[in-house]
Design a protein around this ligand. Structure first.
Ligand code: GLU
Ligand code: MG
Length: 484
């Protein structure tokens, strides 16, 4: 049973759930339940979760005229700098407008909802990531298509360092021993796990499973698929819930792509499926594993687009250190059935897969803005369908064996085998990733000029700001940049 506030008024009176009457009812219901704080969040171009808090009595204002947010919200950087662009300057005002339909009660005192960025007339701001994803979903709908997206959240639970005689703390470290996928690490954190699942359920999140991941101290929860905007909202909400639960247990949750230098990374894989009418594109066809021709084009287009959209999917200064061959993060632009080293893993429709066929895009990491990441993936997929991009050859082996890219020791430079199947190692430095984004047209076509410029600005800022900083210090300074 979820605490979605639609329970308060299942049939809000028209014109919409933004009517004064409905919103005042929501505020009253929140207050009656003892909720004291309503936090509204957005995610900016650097993947930072930003927000504002109000008392329930201000929900009506938050959801109608909105609360102020300077255009620079889009370009706040991971080190608290601002990366100005022609659109994101010191001048101007956007409004943060709470979406009352997505409001949920998290606990006895806190409620949460996503916000849209609108201009002072109430029209979507070109800097609004949620609107960019909604637009992309509408373009799919215009083409007769619908998408579902399931997010995975990987995070590392970190204990505080020990107090020292000088009143400081020793540096944080991951656990010295770890059993990947171990039942031990799960049961050791049983109180956290129990709180997490109960809190997620209370927030209306559909958690498919929780497990101890490969990296030391790392856990993962997977969310059930949903429509693209709702799924991205859920991914943000889940991050809020994980953060709250960790705090309650004296821990911190790191959502950095690289919580500790040299260790395994956190991914934020997205599982995508598409349908035309009631027919899935990734099963029921004549192609390999039942792919339809359009499903093949989706996969072909995703693989083709990866090098130029990587800056949106995994563009932070620590992202390249996660995206290495041998770490199951999908460092090669290729696809394969159940291939966990391919950037695009096909999960076919089998009795073992009650959700139906889908592709898992593994390159996405938690420094990405989930709205923008889904938007560019779906935008690329749509373009692939329109242009009838062919399905490339499948890679049915570890792609590193085809490119000669090495694993843990780190690979550099892009390489092609020249033979079929054609496999490219994705750009391995942040500079190359951003150059490819800037030179390409997929991201700009989907996100528009203003958001594209924001992404490039914040990520280019990171290149300069961290250029001379040792990797272990970069990892520790950014360990909680993407936490809530
Ligand atoms: N932690 C890996 C990553 O960075 C993913 C491991 C897995 O779930 O396959 O993407
Ligand atoms: Mg995982």
């Amino acid at each position: 049973m979820s605490d979605h506030l639609t329970l308060v008024d299942p049939e809000p009176s028209e014109p919409s759930s933004r009517s004064a009457e409905h919103l005042d009812g929501v505020a009253a219901a929140l207050a009656a339940r003892g909720v004291a704080l309503v936090v509204g969040t957005t995610v900016n171009a650097a993947g930072l979760v930003l927000g504002k808090l109000v008392a329930p009595s201000r929900v009506r204002t938050f959801a109608t005229s909105g609360l102020g947010a300077a255009p620079v919200w889009s370009v706040f950087c991971v080190d608290a700098s601002v990366a100005f662009t022609p659109t994101s300057t010191v001048v101007g005002d956007n409004r943060l407008r709470l979406d009352p339909d997505a409001l949920v009660v998290l606990d006895d005192s806190l409620a949460w909802a996503p916000v849209d960025l609108v201009d002072q007339s109430g029209d979507p701001s070109p800097l609004c990531p949620r609107a960019a994803l909604a637009r992309t979903t509408e373009r799919l709908a215009d083409a007769g298509l619908a998408a579902r997206v399931g997010h995975e959240l990987e995070f590392v639970l970190v204990e505080p360092g020990a107090p020292t005689a000088q009143g400081e703390r020793t540096p944080e470290t991951p656990p010295a021993t770890w059993v990947p996928y171990g039942a031990g690490p799960l049961l050791e954190r049983r109180a956290v796990a129990q709180d997490l699942l109960a809190s997620a359920q209370r927030a209306g999140l559909e958690v498919e499973q929780l497990h101890a991941e490969y990296g030391a101290g790392q856990y993962e929860l997977s969310l059930a698929p949903a429509a693209p905007v709702a799924a991205a909202d859920a991914a943000v909400l889940a991050r809020v819930v994980v953060g709250e639960v960790a705090r309650r247990h004296g821990l911190r949750a790191s959502f950095s792509p690289l919580p500790f230098a040299g260790g395994g990374g956190n991914g934020a894989h997205q599982h995508l499926s598409l349908t035309r009418g009631s027919g899935p594109l990734l099963s029921g066809g004549d192609g390999p594993y039942g792919l339809t021709a359009e499903g093949g084009s989706v996969i072909g287009a995703l693989v083709d687009a990866l090098p130029q959209v990587l800056g949106v999917l995994a563009g932070s200064v620590v992202s390249p250190d996660r995206l290495r061959p041998g770490f199951w993060s999908g460092a090669h632009a290729c696809w394969g059935l159940e291939n966990r080293e391919a950037a695009v893993r096909l999960v076919a429709a089998t009795p073992a897969n009650p959700r139906g066929a889908h592709v898992e895009v593994k390159v996405v990491d938690p420094s990405a803005n989930p709205y923008l990441a889904t938007a560019v993936l779906l935008g690329a997929a749509l373009r692939g369908i329109e242009e009838e991009v062919p399905l490339p050859d499948e890679v049915a082996v570890d792609p590193a064996t085809l490119t000669g890219a090495s694993g843990a020791s780190g690979a550099s430079g892009a390489s092609r085998t020249g033979d079929r199947p054609d496999v490219t190692l994705l750009p391995q430095t942040q500079r190359e990733v951003l150059d490819a984004l800037e030179a390409g047209d997929v991201v700009r076509g989907v996100l528009g000029e203003a958001l594209t410029a924001s992404v490039l600005a914040v990520r280019r800022h990171e290149v300069g700001a961290f250029d001379a900083v040792p990797p272990s210090e970069v990892a520790s300074r950014l360990r909680y940049a993407w936490s809530v």
